[in-house]
Design a protein around this ligand. Structure first.
Ligand code: KMH
Ligand code: ZN
Length: 270
């Protein structure tokens, strides 16, 4: 089985310091958390930026500062979010792609997102894919509902994204696909052969779905964006603590953890 890629989703757009005091929000905190996760076994860091007040921002300048600060510490793959917060405009969301990162997220459809709607029209999915193609950015296809896989396959037909595809199943968002083992199995069966996949289980589904991915040959995303707890009612001390647990479980069941360069090879990142 190929080595396990662990993605650390450090901050997200929704979690606050009040909910999770260890949430990294400044560029310095985000870069340090990325480095700690790298040392714990993460090979990708999924980045959401915050402004000076701690609010979500898709500012080019803030992402640039974060990317440079992370790259000064280690060679982890920096994967900016193009999802941002539900209230960001598509133009705002696309800004970090201008930096030409190795990867970025590409959400492939619209869904409810708690009390909000996460809007991704066909027109904008295509615009985002086009920009990523122009900048040589590997898209991580974010799938919140089954139909989003078909939307991604349409992008392949239109020549906007190229196989091998890499999917992230984000399961358990209130309002979108639940995070049960059956849901994950259905997603895995629905993607083209030769694709790679990772799973981001939200809240209490994070750990069980991660364990499934480890044994099924997929990859794993953990971090405060998806889940702020280590166990029921017990806040995690850091993002790195969540990464460490996944690396430990993987090694216990005989699955080695990929370095960033090994992850680049697995994901065909040139
Ligand atoms: N914050 C969500 C509305 C992504 O990073 O690409 C969207 C999101 C997806 O987090
Ligand atoms: Zn995100």
């Amino acid at each position: 089985m190929e080595k396990l890629i662990i993605t650390a989703a450090l901050t997200g757009a929704e979690v606050t310091k009040e909910q999770q005091p260890a949430l990294p929000v400044t560029p310095e905190e985000i870069a340090e958390a990325a480095y700690q996760c790298y040392k714990a076994g993460a090979s990708i860091v999924h980045v959401h930026a915050r402004d000076e007040k701690g609010n979500p921002t898709q500012s080019y300048d803030v992402y640039k500062e974060i990317k440079e600060k992370i790259e000064a510490k280690c060679n982890i793959i920096v994967q900016p979010s193009t999802g941002g917060a539900t209230w960001h405009t598509p133009e705002e969301r696309l800004q970090p792609v201008e930096l030409g990162p190795e990867m970025a997220t590409l959400s492939c459809g619209t869904c409810n997102f708690g009390p909000d709607v996460f809007m991704n029209s066909e027109e904008y999915i295509e615009k985002f894919a086009e920009k990523m193609k122009e900048k040589g950015v590997k898209p991580e296809i974010e799938v919140f509902e089954r139909g989003m896989i078909n939307n991604a396959l349409r992008l392949v037909k239109k020549g906007l994204i190229e196989p091998p595809l890499h999917f992230d199943f984000v399961l358990g968002v209130p309002g979108a696909c639940p995070g049960t083992p059956e849901d994950l199995m259905y997603m895995i069966k629905s993607i083209p052969e030769g694709s790679t996949w990772t799973v981001a289980g939200i809240g209490r589904s994070e750990l069980p779905l991660a364990v499934m991915a480890i044994v099924l040959g997929g990859h794993v995303r953990v971090g405060f964006e998806d889940n702020i707890y280590y166990a029921k009612g017990v806040l995690a001390e850091s993002n790195a603590q969540l990464v460490e647990r996944i690396a430990r479980i993987a090694r216990e069941v005989g699955r080695e953890v990929a370095s960033p360069d090994e992850a680049r090879e697995i994901l065909s990142i040139k």
